[in-house]
Design a protein around this ligand. Sequence first.
Ligand code: GTP
Length: 359
Amino acid sequence: MKGLQAVILAGGFGTRLRPLTLHRPKPVVPLLNHPFLHYQLALLAAHEVRDVILSVSHLPETIRAVMGDGSALGVRLRYAVEDEPLGTAGGVRNAADLVEGRVVVLNGDVLTDLDLSRMLAAHEARRARATIYLTPVENPTAYGLVELDPEGRVRRFLEKPGWDEVTANTVNAGVYILERELLELVPKGRPYSMEREFFPDLLARGVPFFGHVDPAYWLDIGTTEKYLQAHRDLLEGRLRSPLRPRGRALGEGWVEPGTSIAESARLVGPVVLGAGCRVEAEARVGPAVVLGAGCVVGAGAHLEGAVLWESVSVGAGARLSGCLVARDCRIGAHARLTPGVVLGEGSVVTEHSRVAPGP
Ligand code: GTP
């Protein structure tokens, strides 16, 4: 796929991931301690796509500070910034001046090991001008259902259909290949939706527009449940990513430099421990736990299925299970966090408190 460019849509508010996204935009939330977009860049680079434009709007400087110019990852990264959110198609249109020829467009919240080269080969073989990656799901009612004709041409789009409207199980997986000149159809400078306006317009104009159904691993990390699941799936090897956890392998875990683990503490893999963490005596960490840099796990605390961002301290004897804890939180001794709990940045849970998820 040499010479191809990519546009990644990274301008949404990420409301469904709140409170995690209040200070850190969804495209750069950590996943095994890498900013999420690093997984997309690694996938693109694995298919020789190294010229990438990030279409940003919400907290653009935070994204730029994390992602830089891409050189650390071997890609060229540029930014198309919207003053006001322009929607999914408007965001791609806003990046159009930086692209030519054919472009891969990705939603900035999709975790996948899709074979992009095979998708491009299908696009070319069919002489398509637009190709959309479709993934089969059990419940299409939460997604954009896409119906194909027997030749694989897109016949119809149905956003979040009712069960009585479900005619297929293939949904929009948020990865597209588009010929650059199609972007001229998107009005400039005003909000415009890919799913609700641009794609139906392509159909109305009879543009050769095909679906590419692929059973690759696919997950949209847009909700807290899915974000936690993405960690589990990566830790348990359910998808292939060229991006490995940082640090050295230790038993069934990965540990970054400067982390100390008391001799009587137990790591139960798979786990990932960031740099400069401290795990104290008799603590048990794992399975499926990720600690961001600088976390402290107090004596006798138990963590299972939990993702902690940077600089979280967990008091002695605390129990954390199936939860997400953003940066700089303090969990007091013997506190209990049950599955589904999500704590925003800087939260303080006093000792012996019990926290359970709301509706
Ligand atoms: P929610 O608020 O939780 O729905 O998340 P979101 O704001 O990210 O919206 P959604 O998941 O529907 O967006 C799909 C992708 O498009 C994400 O990668 C967003 O970052 C991106 N996106 C959504 N709206 C815009 C926009 O107005 N401009 C740009 N550039 N990207 C957008």
